[in-house]
Write a protein that binds this ligand. Structure first.
Ligand SMILES: [Mn+2]
Length: 320
């Protein structure tokens, strides 16, 4: 693991005021990681504020501490900024300016494209989730993990391994999940909250989006697309789309699934999921994005049709 665990632990022990942030459009690993860290720091008698550019997704609002996440805060007066689960601290979006007011920045992440920026960095691309890095930090601090921290860490690991489906589901992921269950996490209760709380509107939106399915490259690439009209017609936010991309990937013979979404401010948000033989982070990087080998994303200027064609061509070039 790149970085200095000892130095990070020293800062967490010695400093008092922490401003914690994650990337835009946060998911379970980002939210679980920052809440686990914030709750632990508060138990240690410190001030820890979680400042995010985007709200906590509806299915994660049950997480202990989620109600304390703020969308605005003055970074002045904080000792340390902690950025979690961000391939680059810029991915914190509009809250980045407040983070930069802090005299010290710690970067805790598992994305391969991490530029290692920040004064101190704990970056391990082999970690299944940033939540596992938070777990390592809390273990190094000899913090006795309580049920509220445990459920946040459990959700971080559960969601970033795709419920332990992905190849990233390491022995450490299972061990930490098992230990969190020992500490009071209820697996079915969590699964019900995270995965079985969708609205009827979201399911109808899924029907619409699946109608956009296109198969290309001799059956090896499957894509879906969501227009701004789709989202507004079903009165759903963009976080409703989380997980839709798993349907095209589940098609037999498909190597890469792609989801295209029209952005409010123009351009198309592109998400990739690979079954493992194609490194989609390399394809995303060609369009200025990044991510992991099996899950990556980028934002590409242009219309839906243009971007769909360009991205499919770029994928064609790297298919086995
Ligand atoms: Mn993550």
């Amino acid at each position: 693991m790149r970085g200095d665990m000892d130095a990070v632990c020293r800062v967490l022990t010695e400093k008092d005021r922490f401003l914690i942030a994650c990337h835009e459009n946060p998911e379970g690993d980002a939210i679980g990681s920052e809440l686990a860290l914030a709750l632990a720091l508060r138990k240690m008698g410190k001030t820890a504020t979680v400042l995010n550019a985007d709200p906590v997704p509806g299915n994660l609002r049950f997480l202990p501490g989620a109600e304390t996440v703020v969308s605005t805060e003055d970074g002045a007066g904080y000792d340390v900024a902690v950025v979690v689960d961000c391939g680059s601290p810029e991915r914190t979006g509009r809250v980045g300016a407040e983070l930069r007011k802090c005299p010290l920045m710690i970067n805790i992440d598992h994305h391969r494209t991490n530029g290692d920026r920040g004064d101190l960095a704990l970056v391990d691309p082999d970690a299944a989730a940033t939540g596992l890095l938070i777990h390592r930090v809390l273990t190094a601090l000899r913090y006795d993990i309580d049920p509220d921290v445990a459920v946040n860490l459990y959700v971080a690991v559960l969601t970033d391994t795709g419920s332990f489906h992905y190849s990233s589901a390491s022995p450490e992921a299972f061990e930490v999940a098992g230990d969190m269950i020992r500490r009071g996490v209820d697996p079915w209760g969590v699964a019900e909250q995270v995965y079985e709380t969708q609205s009827a509107g979201r399911l109808r939106l899924l029907g619409r989006v699946l109608g956009s399915l296109e198969i290309a490259s001799g059956g090896r690439v499957a894509s879906i697309a969501t227009t701004r009209t789709d989202l507004s017609e079903f009165a759903e936010g963009k976080d409703a789309l989380e997980g839709f991309i798993n349907y095209p990937r589940s098609i037999v013979g498909v190597e890469v699934a792609v989801s295209f979404r029209e952005e409010e401010r123009g351009g198309i948000r592109v998400s990739f999921r690979s079954k493992g033989r194609v490194d989609v982070s390399a394809v995303a990087a060609r369009f200025g994005g990044g991510g992991h080998r099996n899950a990556a994303g980028c934002t590409v200027p242009g219309t839906l049709a243009e971007v769909r064609r360009k991205v499919t061509e770029a994928l064609e070039a790297v298919l086995p």
